[in-house]
Design a protein around this ligand. Structure first.
Ligand code: PTJ
Length: 270
């Protein structure tokens, strides 16, 4: 397989955003995505994926909710129990959270592995360089030559010492095919995805329904909190988590939030 590339001319207009803007944080995250595009980390399709994420973030209220905190607790315990955890990094994740990914990698000993849907040699290297610039010392996935079974896309390319041998894989902002293939290969898969209806969310072992920019630092803190816990406690935390229940909670939360908002509107309350 070989990727074909073509170039389009994009004019990026930078304007100062006042701190007082009610959506200042969100606009800054958008800036990171646009910069990511300019640096070749993010593909145009990544901007579309980001927009979908923003929409679901709007629906959950742009806060880390209880169902995400539960998933973060189970994911932290699972990381501490895992023998060969790996953190998979795509273009969007590298653009938004390179530093946090490196810190999580240091906190868990899990290597970072570049894994791209729109894979080209240049993008592999660009994402790896961004991780290196953020302090990563061990980066896998550049020139990966093994294949994840039952997966046809470029995403199946993985490293023997990384995703192929891993017992736990963390990934975020991606489609469901790889999650399914990794689960079939017997791995525990932790997904960060704002969309509780996505196939990734359904197929994962643990789905953190939250924005990666909020979830990753919280996951690292939770790992620090649980670090001295007994294996027995960690197993309890991991096994008491039910992914379907967490997804149902997220959907119910969105439904009741929308009901509340719409009845406030109908009754003239703000
Ligand atoms: O960098 P590459 O080549 O590997 O390509 C990556 C993209 C993002 C283009 C690719 O994985 C893709 O197309 O993903 P999808 O199928 O659009 O799925 C992205 C999912 O991530 C959607 O369910 C979004 O709601 C969700 N999402 C988007 N932004 C965020 C997010 N979830 C958490 N945090 C976000 N910031």
């Amino acid at each position: 397989m070989k990727a074909e590339t073509s170039q389009v001319k994009v004019t990026i207009v930078k304007v100062p955003v006042p701190r007082s803007h009610p959506r200042f944080e969100l606009l800054m995250v958008r800036e990171q995505m646009v910069e990511g595009l300019a640096r070749g980390l993010v593909v145009p399709e990544g901007l579309i994926a980001h927009g979908r994420g923003e929409c679901f973030d709007y629906l959950i209220g742009e806060k880390t909710e209880f169902f995400a905190l539960k998933a973060i607790r189970a994911a932290a315990a699972s990381f501490l129990l895992a023998e060969k955890p790996v953190i998979s990094v795509n273009g969007n994740l590298a653009a938004l959270c390179a530093r946090e990914l490196v810190e999580l990698s240091k906190a868990t000993g899990a290597p970072l592995e570049v894994n791209l849907f729109y894979r080209s040699k240049l993008r592999e290297k660009t994402v790896a360089s961004a991780l290196k610039a953020a302090g990563a010392s061990r980066i896998l996935g550049v020139n990966a030559s093994k294949r994840i079974p039952r997966l046809k896309s470029f995403r199946s390319l993985a490293e023997a010492k990384g995703i192929i041998e891993a017992d736990l894989v963390l990934l975020g902002i991606e489609d469901g095919n790889r999650v399914e293939a990794l689960r079939k290969a017997g791995k525990k898969v932790v997904v960060i995805d704002l969309n509780p209806l996505s196939r990734s969310a359904f197929n994962a072992s643990i789905t953190i329904i939250d924005n990666v920019v909020r979830a990753l630092p919280k996951l690292r803190l939770e790992i620090e909190k649980l670090r001295s816990a007994s294996k027995q406690r960690l197993r309890r935390e991991a096994s008491s988590y039910d992914n379907r229940e967490a997804l149902a909670e997220a959907l119910n939360y969105i439904r009741s939030r929308l009901e509340r908002l719409s009845s406030n509107l109908a009754s003239g309350r703000s």
